[in-house]
Design a protein around this ligand. Structure first.
Ligand SMILES: [Mg+2]
Length: 269
């Protein structure tokens, strides 16, 4: 494997997980603002990636601005937006029943997707923090009738201040217990859909050489590193969040590089 300094020279796109990688809660890790600025100064494109489909691109941008990490040219990409793009591209004109927040409904409508409460071709299950029994009954009814089933991401839990709270992966388990159906397709990390879309959009073409220009950075082995490896990107594990040198051995994937925190890239830049 090439040295980190060579990989950084070759890299044009930094795909960055946020919580545990750039900040913890509302607190940036070290002088992350300076690290991100140094990368921008070298002409690198920063894309903040999140599986959380309950919040909008603007919500994340506002948070990054508030904690001083946002910079010109940066981009936020959520599994919700990626799902809207996927539906648009592959299922144009199909009717969609969306279980999602109001902000995600707006995102789908902005993409020109026809949302319906009756007889959909597709159901999309997102991180709906307003999930209720009526929505669950409709969702399972449409699945029993054979609608194509897309979920935005597979995370079982979402980190929260007091204790983790149920995320889409837990909703998927509930729906499976009731209907026996698993999603036909899951868009978010660790599945490669978001990466494939970014490669095509940012580079205009695909290939192994193009994919080496992407570095996926994150603190979770089973989502961030699995995703980066599945996409054929370079992978950088940071030990500022969930993973330690000990517990990383419990996972089949291996990152290309490991740093204590993302700020250490400056030493190889
Ligand atoms: Mg993380």
């Amino acid at each position: 494997m090439a040295a980190l300094s060579d990989a950084l020279k070759e890299a044009e796109y930094f795909l960055l997980d946020m919580d545990g990688t750039l900040y913890v809660g509302d607190e940036p890790i070290g002088d992350m603002a300076a690290t991100l600025a140094a990368l921008r100064n070298k002409g690198k494109k920063l894309v903040y990636l999140t599986n959380n489909s309950s919040r909008s691109v603007e919500d994340y941008r506002a948070k990054l601005v508030r904690i001083g990490l946002w910079g010109e040219g940066d981009e936020v990409y959520t599994s919700g937006v990626a799902t809207a793009e996927t539906v648009c591209e592959r299922f144009a004109g199909k009717r969609v029943y969306l279980v999602g927040t109001e902000s995600l409904q707006k995102e789908f409508l902005a993409h020109g997707i026809a949302l319906t409460e009756e007889d959909p071709d597709i159901v999309v299950l997102a991180y709906d923090t307003g999930l209720n029994y009526d929505k669950l009954c409709k969702l399972t009814y449409f699945l029993r009738k054979g609608a194509y089933y897309v979920a935005t991401h597979p995370d079982l839990n979402c980190p929260a201040p007091k204790a983790s709270v149920p995320d889409v992966g837990s909703f998927i388990a509930l729906v499976e217990a009731s209907t026996g159906r698993r999603p036909d397709e899951i868009v978010g990390k660790p599945f490669p859909g978001m990466g494939d879309r970014l490669v095509r959009r940012l580079c205009g073409r695909d290939g192994d050489d193009v994919r080496k220009k992407f570095i996926m950075t994150g603190d979770r082995m089973n989502t961030d590193i699995r995703f980066g490896n599945a996409c054929g990107f370079r992978t950088l594990l940071v030990l500022s969040g969930e993973t330690t040198r000990e517990n990383m051995k419990n996972y089949p994937d291996r990152p290309d590089f490991i740093l204590g925190s993302f700020n250490e890239v400056l030493q190889s830049l």
